[in-house]
Ligand binder design. Structure first.
Ligand SMILES: [Zn+2]
Length: 316
């Protein structure tokens, strides 16, 4: 791996990576996460994170994308060491979650220069990380069946940072809703290409007609589970996957464990994607399906022709 790669690259915490070298990828998960909404369930232990990554690697996992945005305990300081120790490529996020996850005064302070902050985290370095450790995606969040003023503000800044860097934008959808509003705002209003948008949690709202329409825009759909946190949706995960594959959208699908609590980490954990989900994908959709959904699609979704804050050729 080198700090710069000619052409499109996945930006990991250890540098830019040829997308062909990404390998089997958990496309939406968390090693570290701390929110006032999940008291006692903080993911804040580097030793536990290392254990998760070692188990994931032993099952054939090679890459892990952490969607934890700024201010939620993402532990950017620990990520490079964990990647070195376990050999798993780690991709970190900039961005912000819904307003409810932050202290209002902190948020007010963050609003000043938000797009510049996201851009700097993608091109110069993550705040709180060793020098030169950069984010590889921008995480934002919608609201339940709509978008409030905070989420519109954050999404406008995310779009601006996308235009300056090329970075993909990954979206938390509250209970799987408001994805059409998100695509209207990011793509129609702010000009982000749909293929650079990753729509998360849609299996929490299993409206298969809507899913097919969203996939037909060219956006990626990141489905999560099996996961203790998403147990309520696990039973229709394969119906959702089947509906999209049968409609010709297999190249738009991503899968992730989305571990958000300590309890969820123990079982099934990200390893389950490889030990349980992959064999079933193969049985139900053919032997190419696991590689396609777990390796080829994430390589395309996270590969970026990086621009260094709006100018080409800054390198390093
Ligand atoms: Zn998540």
């Amino acid at each position: 791996m080198s700090a710069t790669v000619a052409g499109a690259a996945v930006r990991t915490v250890l540098g830019d990576l040829d997308p062909a070298a990404l390998g089997a990828c958990d496309a939406h998960d968390h090693l570290f996460l701390r929110s006032p909404g999940l008291p006692g369930e903080e993911l804040d232990d580097p030793a536990a994170a290392e254990e998760v990554l070692r188990a994931f690697a032993a099952a054939g996992g090679r890459a892990f994308v952490q969607w934890t945005p700024a201010g939620l305990g993402r532990r950017a300081d620990a990520l490079p060491g964990l990647s070195r120790a376990t050999g798993v490529h780690l991709v970190a996020a900039t961005g912000l979650h819904q307003a409810v996850h932050y202290d209002p005064a902190d948020l007010e302070r963050r609003y000043a220069g938000l797009a510049g902050f996201f851009t700097a985290e993608l091109t110069t370095g993550l705040s709180g990380a060793p020098e030169g450790v950069r984010a590889g995606l921008i995480k934002v969040a919608g609201d339940y069946h709509g978008l409030d003023a905070h989420t519109r503000r954050v999404m406008a800044a995310a779009a601006e940072a996308h235009h300056a860097t090329g970075a993909p934008i990954a979206v938390h959808h509250e209970l799987g809703t408001a994805a059409p509003d998100v695509l209207d705002l990011l793509c129609e209003r702010h000009g982000v290409p749909p293929g650079r948008v990753i729509l998360g949690h849609l299996n929490r709202h299993p409206d298969l007609r809507l899913h097919r329409r969203l996939a037909s825009t060219g956006a990626f759909l990141a489905l999560d589970g099996p996961s203790r946190a998403h147990h309520a949706t696990d039973h229709h995960l394969f119906d959702t996957v089947a509906a999209l594959i049968e409609a010709g959208h297999a190249d738009r699908l991503l899968l992730g464990g989305d571990t958000t609590t300590r309890t969820a980490r123990h079982a099934p954990g990200p390893t389950h994607l490889l030990t349980a989900l992959a064999p079933r994908l193969s049985r139900e959709f053919g032997p190419d399906a696991p590689h396609r959904l777990l390796t080829a699609n994430p390589a395309r979704a996270f590969a970026t022709e990086w621009q260094e804050g709006g100018r080409e050729g800054a390198g390093g």
